[in-house]
Design a binder for this molecule. Structure first.
Ligand code: BGC
Length: 350
């Protein structure tokens, strides 16, 4: 009996070295996602659920239909039903205070997923992609494709950014605009609509329809006379899709360079069809695996893997973060990035 116990203890210890989550068996992780409307969050949720369950955790995965009240009550329910860790991708980073206070009172660690949770001291860690880099990849692509260093221009640029309630949106916008602003000041890039500042180009809830109707207005007011819009900086794929829809119905000039982010299926199809120039691939499997690792480390009392302790100030504290690297994608490399890696099947992109 003693021998058996010693053996099983050794086995458990050995297993714990290989897979730290073994001690967390049966513990419960609440995963709160913003919406099912956008493809990426479905993948994020599904990947995390699969990996957490494979690591032996129980998972309470909820989607909040882009409604802040729903997200608040879903998180409160996760806490009341015994979650040991919370992973939250907020609809609005600053609006979950009550639920976060409740998590803190119950000593439940919170990982902000992809989007930072603002104005709260209850946030333990943040896992995301390097959001500023996403913007610089888009901005640099525009500089290189138009050869802004050497070309005389001027080129007409329009800008569509993200949701003001999402802390990421400012990072994407700034990453791109820090590179493009000098060319706007020099007059090589001209924004005919005059809408340049973040507040003027933002898209509440990142909605495709909102981006589309703003783009329709811009096109009819500034480009209906046959003037070309040469480039449209879009912060992500859902907004790029809105701009692409607006162009299809309301524009007859030369097709512009259009940027995006996420490699959503419809946008990847559009890249292949020449209707979107590029996207930024953020492999949600990488982020999900990182978060699963961090959950295991937290519950096992181990040091948690972070690689940035300076950038993400949520207004109350600088949240220790792990930033994954985003990758440039276009019609030339999508096969390797998305199909060979098993992210999509070829059929999904037909
Ligand atoms: C994410 C993007 C996404 C956007 C809209 C952002 O917080 O980082 O990947 O496109 O939200 O859902």
């Amino acid at each position: 009996m003693k021998k058996l116990m010693a053996l099983s203890l050794a086995t458990v210890l050995a297993a714990s070295l290989m897979a730290p989550a073994v001690f967390a068996e049966g513990e419960k992780v609440g995963v709160s996602m913003p919406t099912k409307d956008l493809q990426r969050w479905n993948q994020d949720g599904a990947n995390m659920q699969a990996e957490l369950e494979a690591a032996g955790f129980e998972v309470d995965l909820q989607y909040a239909s882009n409604d802040v009240q729903t997200q608040l009550s879903q998180i409160e329910n996760m806490i009341s039903s015994g979650a040991n860790v919370l992973v939250i991708a907020a609809i609005e980073g600053s609006s979950l205070g009550e639920a976060l206070d409740m998590a803190k009172e119950n000593d439940i660690p919170v990982i902000a997923y992809d989007r930072l949770l603002m104005e709260s001291d209850a946030v333990s860690y943040y896992a995301t992609f390097d959001n500023y880099m996403v913007g610089t990849v888009q901005g640099q692509y525009i500089i290189d494709t138009l050869d802004l260093e050497n070309a005389d221009g001027p080129f007409n640029l329009e800008i569509t950014a993200g949701d003001p309630g999402d802390n990421n949106a400012g990072y994407f916008y700034n990453g791109a605009m820090d590179l493009l602003k000098p060319y706007i000041e020099e007059g090589k890039l001209v924004v005919k609509s005059g809408q340049v500042e973040f507040d003027d180009v933002a898209t509440p809830t990142w909605a495709t329809e909102v981006a589309q109707s703003r783009a329709e207005n811009i096109l009819s007011s500034n480009y209906a006379d046959g003037t070309n819009v040469d480039v449209w900086l879009c912060s992500n794929d859902s907004t790029a899709l809105g701009v692409e829809n607006a162009l299809a119905a309301n524009y007859s000039g030369e097709y512009p360079i259009i940027t995006g982010q996420d490699c959503d299926i419809n946008n990847t199809k559009n890249m292949i069809a020449g209707k979107q120039s590029m996207s930024v691939f953020k492999d949600t499997r990488t982020l999900a695996s990182q978060v699963v690792k961090m959950v295991g480390q937290i519950l096992n009392g181990e040091e948690v893997d972070v690689n940035d302790t300076e950038t993400y100030d949520n207004g109350v504290l600088v949240v220790p973060s792990y930033l994954c690297e985003p990758v440039f994608a276009d019609a030339n490399n999508y096969k390797e990035l998305l199909i060979d890696s098993g992210y999509y099947t070829e059929d999904q992109l037909q």
